[in-house]
Design a protein around this ligand. Sequence first.
Ligand SMILES: C[S@@+](CC[C@H](N)C(=O)[O-])C[C@H]1O[C@@H](n2cnc3c(N)ncnc32)[C@H](O)[C@@H]1O
Length: 218
Amino acid sequence: MKREIIITSDGSTTIHLPELNEQYHSKHGAINEAKHVFIKNGLDIIPSDEISILEIGFGTGLNCFITFLETEKKINYVGVEAYPVDENEIKKLNYTSELNADDCKDVFEKIHNVSWEEKHEITNNFSLIKRKQFFKDIEDKNTFNLIYFDAFGARVQPELWTEEIFKKMFDALKPNGVLVTYSAKGSVRRAMQSVGFLVERLEGPPGKREMLRGTKNI
Ligand SMILES: C[S@@+](CC[C@H](N)C(=O)[O-])C[C@H]1O[C@@H](n2cnc3c(N)ncnc32)[C@H](O)[C@@H]1O
């Protein structure tokens, strides 16, 4: 499928899919969205000193890179992605400069250059496994403290916002684990609740009224 790099409202790049009229991030700001949804309402509320994170849709690696920049805690990061971005696309992404993190350019490059399916120590306190996998094939149990649920919207991929997928997410979390997503749809909230999540509606990122956070409250 054709992919184009575009600039969002906060100056950061994202990937646009013309055939679906869908983006990898909010047009109102890719970095703003990632910081609000996944860091402020996800990473920042996890009390543990060591945090295992599952990302649903590794894409450009933006959420992974921001997570690296935003915490000194020990992070074990697993990114699942069926259609990896290619080298030319990665070169066009402006995340290191827009995040004032040119001194960590080597980390952003390493995140993309390391092989798939193996665990890599990106730094002393940040490990990464990139899994080339379809979301429907995820079978992890009781493993993660936090899930970044960043699939394309329900408008284009309704099959990824179902009870079946959220049950997999619930099972993959440890007790008290948390799932955050930019979506605020009622049908998504109900699917999350039906598999056992305690769901909160939170203020959304710029351009969006609300977002959802689910906790595995057992
Ligand atoms: C909204 S984008 C993720 C953006 C990403 N978190 C980032 O920061 O760039 C959704 C991602 O899910 C991937 N994807 C779509 N359908 C998938 C599927 N069924 N299984 C696995 N990955 C899928 C896409 O290739 C895309 O990278």
